[in-house]
Write a protein of this length. Structure first.
Length: 61
């Protein structure tokens, strides 16, 4: 299973989420995410949504 989180300049700004829409909501709340006129979600630079398989995520991350 993939996990998702928001990062800015490579630093995590939100916890790992099991659902991508939750990470998108985090980005929106941080002022980094937007929907374009067609409803496609994007994250503004310098932000990103990191995706990582849960087996590579440590409990402390």
């Amino acid at each position: 299973m993939l996990l998702y989180r928001v990062r800015v300049f490579g630093q995590p700004k939100a916890p790992w989420r099991r659902v991508k829409k939750q990470a998108q909501q985090d980005a929106l709340e941080l002022g980094l995410g937007q929907f374009d006129e067609w409803g496609k979600f994007f994250v503004a630079v310098p932000g990103e949504i990191e995706e990582l398989h849960e087996r590579f995520v440590s409990e402390n991350a």
